[in-house]
Design a protein around this ligand. Structure first.
Ligand SMILES: O=C[C@H](O)COP(=O)(O)O
Length: 262
């Protein structure tokens, strides 16, 4: 199981790179579960990571958006992708527009971006959406939680649900990631689900996830994961084409009806 760690600035990125984190994720945790950083900050931290950890894949989130904000999400996906990251993470909140959102993300993915839909598991697993997403050949799918104070992913999902999600995603050809206020004492049970990678923020901060990432806590996490580790599949830097200027959004016209329905 590989380790994804979310960082918010250059200093935290340096700590994560020095520690040898497998996948570095750029996020502003005080802005929500998938809180986004400004594109300028994403571009500058990514450039730094390319210099100090050139082989490490970098992801960034677009921020917390309701599923019906299709046009804003599309713009933000393009803006974040243009910052040079390998993967753009997009939260998929359950709701009447989630299917339209997956369809839009599928179009952007088909247009050359590498997107990672992040499903929110607080109120159950969105099985139908996962099935829909698998058809779009995203490089990875993740499960996360939105309300970090309501417990961890381990509290809001059962072992069978986690293992079922991972097995289904992997059988569909994508990498499976799990996250959601995961702690060290969760690692053994987490490993039983067999995810390709797990995402962490809260556990590497002294207080809550909005506080600063601490090198000593990160070292503890890496050691604990190493103790439970079994070989994961490769998580490569994606070959994401970086448009110099935003082009037309594939299928935007065709989605007017979906937007209207939402
Ligand atoms: O993508 C991973 C998340 O940033 C994990 O954050 P968390 O451990 O606070 O849920």
């Amino acid at each position: 199981m590989k380790i994804l760690v979310s960082v918010r600035d250059a200093e935290e990125a340096r700590i994560a790179a020095r520690a040898g984190v497998d996948l570095i994720d750029l996020k502003e945790p005080s802005r929500g579960a998938l809180g986004g950083l400004p594109p300028e900050a994403i571009a500058s931290i990514t450039a730094l990571l390319r210099r100090i950890a050139p082989a490490t894949p970098v992801s960034a989130t677009i921020g917390d958006w309701p599923a019906d904000a299709l046009e804003a999400i599309t713009r933000q996906v393009r803006a974040v992708a243009a910052c040079g990251v390998d993967y753009v993470k997009v939260g998929v909140l359950p709701g009447p527009c989630s299917r339209a959102l997956i369809a839009r993300l599928g179009e952007l993915q088909a247009g050359g971006l590498a997107l990672v839909p992040v499903f929110i598991a607080d109120h159950g697993l969105p099985d139908a959406l996962v099935g829909q997403a698998l058809a779009h050949r995203f490089p990875a799918l993740m499960l996360d939680t939105q309300d970090k104070r309501a417990g961890s992913l381990m509290d809001v999902t059962g072992a069978d649900e986690r293992a079922g999600f991972v097995a289904r995603v992997q059988a569909g050809g994508a990498l499976a990631g799990l996250s959601g206020a995961l702690r060290l004492h969760h690692l053994a049970r987490l490993g039983e689900a067999g995810p390709d990678f797990a995402g962490f923020r809260s556990v590497v901060c002294r207080q809550d996830r909005a506080a600063t990432l601490e090198a000593s806590r990160l070292a503890d996490l890496i050691a604990a994961v190493a103790a439970t580790r079994r070989p994961g599949r490769r998580l490569e830097r994606a070959q994401m084409p970086m448009p110099q200027s935003p082009g037309p959004v594939p299928g935007v016209g065709g989605h007017a009806t979906l937007d209207a329905v939402c």
